[in-house]
Structures are given as C-alpha cells and as structure tokens.
Design a protein around this ligand. Sequence first.
Ligand code: GFB
Length: 316
Amino acid sequence: MNKSEKIFVAGHRGLVGSAIIRRLESERFTNVVTRERRELDLLDERAVTDFFANEKPEIVVLAAAKVGGIKANNDYPVEFLLENLRLQSNVISAAHANNVRKLLFLGSSCIYPKHAPQPIREEALLTGPLEPTNDAYAIAKIAGIKLCQAYASEYGENHISAMPTNLYGPHDNFDLGSSHVLPALLRKAHEAKTNGATEIVVWGTGEPRREFLHVDDMADACLFLLANYDSAEIVNVGCGEDITVRDLARLICDVVGFRGEIRFDPSKPDGTPRKLLDTSRVSALGWKPQISLRNGIAATYDWFIEHELGSALSAR
Ligand code: GFB
C-alpha cells in the first residue's frame, strides 16, 4: 500500500478501529481520515454520502459497528440488527459511489452456524442455523459480507471481508452489562481483589470454548489483507487455539492476582458451545499472530488499570 493514500477508518474510537489507527501511525501512513460521531453519524445516509463526496477516501476500513457481549446481543436484537445494517449499507454504498479503491469489511465469527464443524472453515457460512443469542448481529454481518460480494461481482469493486474471532485489548468495553467475557472477567477479578471479596461469579457453565485474539494482532492482519488480498471470499482471522470459559477465568485470576473462588451461574446463557476458526486461508497467505493469550491479557489489564480506572499501576 502507498503510505500517502487517503485511508478512512470508520469506527476509530472502538476496539478494532483504534488498534488500526495505532498501527497506521506506527507505520507512518500520512493521510488517515477519521471523524468523531458528533461530526459524522454513520447511521445518517445523507451525512455519509456528503462526507465521501467531499473527502474522497481511496481506502476504507469499516471497523464501525454496534457490538456487545452475549447479554447485550440477546437483550437488544433490534438495535444490533438495524444499526449495523444501516451503518454498513451507508458506508459500503458511498464507497462505491465515490470510487474507493479498496474497502475492508469486518465481520465476526458469530456469522457461522451454531453447530458448525470445528475448526470452522469459511465454507461453513450459511450451512445451518445460527446461535440465537446473537443471530440479529450475525444476520447484519452476513448482509454486510453479501453486499461487499455483490459490489465485487456486479461492479468489480475490491471489497474484502475479514472474520475476526473474539477480540480483546485496549479500548475494549469493560461495562459488565454490555461487554464480552474477557474484559468482564478482568474487571470482576480486579474488583474482587481490591475489595477483598472471596469469589467472582462467571456466567454460564464455564464449558463453552472461545478463541481470543489480541486486537493488535487483528490490526496487523487488517493491514496485511489490505496489502495482500484482493478476493471477495471471506477470510477468517484467529489464533488457532481455543480455551474454555473456566480456564479463561482461571488464567485471568492468575494474571490479576485474585486468589478467591470462581463460581459459575448456570442460569446465565452459555451461547454457542464452541467457535474456533480454521485459519488455513490467512496462514497460507503468510499471516500469523504474535501475541500469546497470557501476555495479551496482562497488557490489557495494565491498560484497564491505567485508562479505565484512572488509577496508578501500583493498584496491581
Ligand atoms: O464474550 P461473550 O459475551 O459472547 O460470552 P459470545 C462468551 C461466553 O462467556 C459465554 C460467558 O458463554 C458467556 O456466558 N461469560 C461468563 C460471560 N462470564 C461472563 C461475563 O461476565 N460477561 C460476559 N459477557 N460473558 C459474542 C456475540 O458471543 O461474540 C457477539 O454476542 C460477537 O455477537 C462476539 O460475535 C464475538 O462469544 O458468546
């Protein structure tokens, strides 16, 4: 990629978008465009059309989305479906209307059937029923993939789509009502340690398995795909290994230094039993992740203490 090409990162304040910005800065890209939500509402079709017509970005990374963990997805299916459909349609269609050279759409591993054979190959898409706790979000993401593929086949657009596994890292959402499991357990373990509590409560049975990728590895994969991949076929991005929620909770407690009990609450949903991505396609292209789960969790814990709690690292 030419480092002076104009790149619009939609969603630059989010987990993935902010990691992509960090990476573009460290690689010395000189023409990166961002907009705060108050300046550009991606749900507003007119505003998005005008923005693209004025700015004429050459590359677009569509990292903006309404995202959340199992509870938020389950509680607010209307917002997850509608906002994601609107936002992505606005950006993808405006990219076409304004001759964007390349667009990267970010999907999710929840697009695959609940009981897809593991590890999940890209070919599993639309071969079976979805996991009900996040089917609204998944349907929106599948529509985004299909829209990118339709622009590629009908108009020859170079719209590519990456499917990240469960991501975590700096700028994640640590709110217990809407976050994903990893930041939620970091907060719970930290608060239990600092409050002298004897246990933390982990939702579900602890049996589901999840694969976790540090968002800096994801940003690395995004730049790699932008530079090296030109097909409308979706590409999985993961680390190739998964872990039970139980073992994740143990690992997080170990990193945080919480020595109390881990109690499970089976009245809360488990969600999909397992979603480990098959990453042969991205591996064959020459990409692999660098950050181990333990190191990634430790770095995210440091970030949480410094940025979310606003207190010194000495609390650790
Ligand atoms: O990360 P998570 O919210 O979403 O939950 P999914 C993963 C697993 O961790 C579930 C359990 O089995 C949860 O029940 N878990 C245990 C917890 N304790 C907690 C907790 O305190 N908070 C949370 N959030 N979970 C999401 C989808 O599914 O995956 C999204 O909802 C998206 O659409 C994302 O696709 C990648 O992994 O189940």
